[in-house]
Design a binder for this molecule. Structure first.
Ligand code: HEM
Length: 415
C-alpha cells in the first residue's frame, strides 16, 4: 500500500508498552512493505502466520549465537581490514560508502552470494543492494514510484544474471552431491540461499521468491547497518569535545553502549505498520478495530519518558534501563518479525543473557572501533549532507579524514 491509498488516519501507537504489546500480537499483520512489492513480495518479513513460521524456522538455523561469535572473531575483523585498506591509504573516505561496502561483504555471505571477484564487481553489487533498499522502503521514498519500480526491475535482472545464478548453480550442485553422498553436510554453505533451496519443497517457493528472498537479505542487512554506523560516528563526533567522553572510547564496551544508544535514538525504520486481522484490545483498553492500519512509532516509543526517564531524548550511553528493556528500545522490532540479524549487528551485552555469555560486540561496534583506531575525524572542508531521496533521516555523504595523531588505542580482543 502506498501513501496515496493508505487510510488517512492510521491508529498511531507511540508509547513503549503499547508498541511492545502490538509487536507481539498475532492478529496484527506486517503492512509496511506492501509498496515495496518488487523487492519484498513473498520475502520473510512480509509473511504471516504458519507460512512465516515455516520460513523463519528454516532460516533461523543460520542465526545461532555460536555462529555470530565465530564470525565476530574470524570473519568480521578481516572483512573490516580489507574494506578499510584503500580508505586508510588515501587518508580520507565517505562513511556512508565505507559502511555500505563493509557490511555488504558480510550480508552477501549471509544471503548466499559468493564474494565479488574484484572491486568493480563489488561496486556493482553495492549499487544493486542500494537500489533494492530504495525499492523495499518505497513507502518512504520521495522519488517517482514508477521510475523507482523500473530501476528495481532492471536491478533484479542484473542481480540474477551476474550474482544469483552462479551462486545458485554452485549450491544446487552441492545439494545434489549431498543427496548422492559425495558432499558432506558440514561442507554446505551456511547461508539463506542454501537454506531455502534445501527446504524448497516444504517452503513452496517459486524462483522469483527465492530471488527476492536473497535480494531482501542483501538490502535488509546493508542499509540499516550502514546507517547505524554513520549515525554512531556522528553521535561520537558530537560528544568527543568532552575529554571525559573521549577518554572512554578506548573501551570497546563503551563504544558498544554508544552504538546501541544511537540505535535507540535513530531506529533504521522509524515506524512499523501492521494491518489488524481481527479486533484487538490492548491491555490499556485501546481498541484496534479489524481492518484498520496501525502505525507503531518506534522512534517515539524509544524516547518514552515513562520508560527512559525525563531525559529520554538525550544521548546517554550510561543510561540505566528498567528490567527487560533493551538498550536499543524497539529498534530491532520484536515478536514474530524480530530482526534475525540483531546479534550480528548489535552483539550481546555481557550479563544480559540468562546463560552469562561473554560480550559479543556486534559488527557495527567493531567497525566504529576500527575507525577510531585509525584516527578518524570529520573532514574539516566538507560537511556531511542529508539523504533527500527518502523521508527517513539519514546521511547521503559523511566525509571523514584519518589523522594518525588522533588514533584511539583499544584493548586487544583475543582471536
Ligand atoms: C542496525 C541494523 C539493523 C536494524 C536496525 C534492523 C531492524 C529490523 C527491524 C526493526 C525489523 C522488524 C521489522 C518489523 O517488525 O516490521 C527487522 C527484521 C529483519 N531483519 Fe533486521 N535490522 C538490522 C540488521 C539486519 C541484518 C544485518 C540482517 C541480516 C543479515 C537483518 C535481517 C532481518 C530480517 C531477515 C528481518 C525479518 C524477520 C522476520 O520477518 O521474521 N537485519 N530488522
Amino acid at each position: 500500500m502506498d501513501r496515496a491509498t493508505a487510510p488517512a488516519e492510521p491508529v498511531v501507537l507511540d508509547r513503549y508498552d503499547d508498541v511492545r504489546e502490538a509487536l507481539r500480537q498475532r492478529d496484527l499483520k506486517q503492512a509496511l512493505y506492501d509498496a515495496g512489492g518488487d523487492v519484498m513480495a513473498g520475502s520473510l518479513i512480509t509473511l504471516h502466520g504458519e507460512e512465516h513460521k515455516r520460513r523463519r524456522r528454516a532460516e533461523n538455523r543460520l542465526f545461532r549465537r555460536g555462529t555470530f561469535r565465530w564470525w565476530e572473531l574470524h570473519l568480521v575483523p578481516g572483512t573490516i581490514e580489507s574494506s578499510y585498506a584503500a580508505a586508510l591509504e588515501r587518508g580520507r573516505t565517505d562513511l556512508v560508502h565505507l559502511g555500505r561496502r563493509t557490511i555488504m561483504y558480510l550480508t552477501a555471505l549471509v544471503a548466499g552470494i559468493d564474494p565479488p571477484a574484484d572491486e568493480a564487481a563489488a561496486d556493482r553489487l553495492e549499487r544493486l543492494a542500494h537500489v533494492f533498499s530504495a525499492g523495499a522502503t518505497a513507502v518512504h521514498s520521495t522519488r517517482d514510484p514508477e521510475e523507482l519500480r523500473r530501476d528495481v526491475e532492471r536491478a533484479m535482472a542484473e542481480f540474477d544474471e551476474e550474482f544469483l545464478a552462479p551462486a545458485r548453480r554452485r549450491r544446487e550442485d552441492m545439494l545434489a552431491g549431498l543427496a548422492d553422498g559425495t558432499v558432506d553436510e558440514q561442507d554446505l554453505p551456511r547461508d539463506v540461499l542454501t537454506a531455502v533451496l534445501r527446504n524448497r519443497d516444504e517452503l513452496g517457493m517459486t524462483d522469483a521468491e527465492v530471488r527476492r528472498e536473497v535480494a531482501f537479505y542483501l538490502q535488509a542487512g546493508s542499509h540499516s547497518t550502514a546507517n547505524l554506523f554513520t549515525h554512531s560516528m556522528h553521535r561520537i563526533f558530537s560528544e568527543w569535545a568532552d575529554p571525559a567522553f573521549a577518554a572512554r572510547l578506548t573501551d570497546r564496551r563503551f563504544v558498544q553502549r554508544c552504538v546501541l544508544e544511537t540505535l535507540r535514538l535513530n531506529p533504521a525504520s522509524p515506524v512499523a505498520w501492521r494491518r489488524v486481522m481481527a479486533d484487538v484490545t490492548l491491555r490499556n483498553g485501546r481498541a484496534l478495530p479489524s481492518g484498520s492500519l496501525v502505525e507503531l512509532d518506534l522512534r517515539a516509543a524509544n524516547t518514552d519518558p515513562a520508560v527512559f526517564g525525563p531525559d529520554a531524548a538525550a544521548f546517554d550511553p550510561d543510561r540505566v534501563l528498567p528490567d527487560g528493556v533493551a538498550p536499543w528500545g524497539h529498534s530491532f522490532g520484536g515478536g514474530m518479525h524480530a530482526c534475525i540479524g540483531m546479534e550480528l549487528d548489535g552483539g550481546v551485552v555481557a550479563g544480559s543473557s540468562a546463560d552469562g555469555e561473554e560480550n559479543v560486540y556486534g559488527t557495527v561496534t567493531l567497525m566504529v572501533a576500527a575507525l577510531l583506531e585509525a584516527g578518524v575525524r570529520p573532514d574539516p572542508d566538507e560537511p556531511p549532507t542529508e539523504d533527500r531521496s527518502s523521508s527517513r533521516p539519514n546521511f547521503e555523504r559523511y566525509p571523514v579524514v584519518f589523522d594518525p595523531a588522533a588514533r584511539v588505542a583499544h584493548e586487544e580482543v583475543p582471536v
